[in-house]
Design a protein around this ligand. Structure first.
Ligand code: PEP
Ligand code: MN
Length: 371
């Protein structure tokens, strides 16, 4: 389905201070002093555009710190006055939107636990109709690109033009190094589907831990994301939420200074020549890959025919186990990662099963010759 999302380039957003567009501040506003001290230290870093702070916190379990509520909006109004930074908060319902607008909040973001719910996103969209404020839509907690796009479309329909997406990673059952799975292919596909939509990376909620913030931020820059939203707290170890992933303003400054910003385009004719030639080689290999897959599927169909004639089930687990073990060893020796070999071969296996199923179910009788 085509999307009808019209946005303005992040370069034209009020408060734009260069790529990456930087949003920083504590996970939660806790006290007036903590908010103001953090903001003053962040404002010293001239490249930061927006001061963030959660004032209504969606917590997994009850009895956790659930935010200071409307009181925090007054502190943010002070931050804006004292530091000149723009200010942003999370909104999770229409009441939050009305309160935020009353206090002159510049940026609203829809959190991952809210963007999963079309009723709530629509309610927020209705509350935003005709309002000129920056809005960011975080990815839903589950890796569902259509749901993410749907939420973005709903907000776009309210007429919001300074509209962006935030990639904050996806929840997974398995415990992994990162708190949330980056699944980079989703924001990459989002960029393909809505090319003009600014995409901001939130390495704090992807990593869940300070030590990974740099590598995730650098990766986002290498993928040409438009900005970063990073949690920063004057005293991270004593933060009331997300303590392990917050950085002091100083550590944030140090992280930002290490980021390498690469250009998405080049006009150097020599470099363009070299890249053009290498890309041609890639195209040739991609064609090879497709030819090989076609041949592999033809063999799978022939096998399907034999299985059909001899009444054997399609799935034979021991054979599949053998294949995956073998390719993992061979592939790793060729410098490919376990995860990639695993996912490529699972996809190939699934496609083979589909081809065999077609043979079994359609009763195709003439065995196709393998080229
Ligand atoms: C947050 O930004 O503090 C937050 C709650 O994020 P998310 O919705 O990504 O969990
Ligand atoms: Mn947080």
């Amino acid at each position: 389905m085509e999307t009808e999302v019209k946005t303005i380039s992040i370069k034209d957003w009020r408060g734009y201070k260069g790529r990456p567009f930087l949003i920083a501040g504590p996970c939660s506003a806790e006290t007036e002093q903590q908010v103001m001290e953090t903001a003053v230290r962040l404002a010293e870093q001239k490249e930061i555009s927006v001061f963030r702070a959660g004032i209504w916190k969606p917590r997994t379990r009850p009895n956790s710190f659930e935010g200071v509520g409307v009181e925090g909006l007054k502190w943010l109004r002070e931050v804006k006055k004292e530091t000149g930074l723009m200010v942003g908060i999370e909104v999770a319902n229409e009441k939050h939107v009305y309160e935020a607008l009353k206090y002159g909040i510049d940026m609203l973001w829809i959190g991952a636990r809210t963007s999963v719910n079309p009723f709530t996103v629509q309610e927020i969209s209705n509350a935003l109709t005709g309002v000129d404020v920056m809005v960011l839509v975080k990815n839903p907690i589950n890796p569902d690109l259509e749901l993410w796009i749907g939420a973005i479309e709903r907000i776009a329909k309210a007429g919001i033009k300074r509209l962006g997406a935030v990639h904050r990673g996806f929840s997974a059952y398995e415990k992994t190094v990162y708190r949330n799975q980056p699944n980079w292919q989703l924001p990459i596909e989002l960029r393909r589907r809505i090319p003009d939509l600014p995409i901001i990376c939130d390495p704090s909620h992807i990593s869940g831990a300070r030590e990974y913030l740099y590598e995730i931020s650098q990766k986002a820059m290498d993928l040409n994301f438009d900005g970063l939203m990073i949690e920063s707290h004057i005293d991270p170890d004593n933060a009331l939420s997300d303590s392990a992933q917050q950085l002091t303003p100083n550590d944030l400054k140090e992280l930002l200074s290490r980021l390498i910003l690469r250009s998405p385009v080049t006009s150097d004719p020599k470099l363009l020549d070299i890249l053009g030639e290498l890309r041609q080689q890639i195209d040739v290999f991609d064609d090879h890959l497709l030819d090989i897959l076609e041949k592999r599927m033809k063999i799978a169909e022939t096998i399907g025919q034999y299985k059909k004639e001899n009444n054997i089930t399609i799935l034979q687990t021991t054979r599949w186990d053998e294949i995956i073990k073998k390719v993992l060893v061979k592939g790793q020796a060729k410098g490919l990662s376990r995860e990639v070999i695993d996912s490529i071969f699972k996809a190939i296996h699934q496609e083979s099963i589909n081809h065999q199923m077609k043979i079994m179910n359609n009763g195709v009788s003439d065995r196709k010759k393998v080229k």
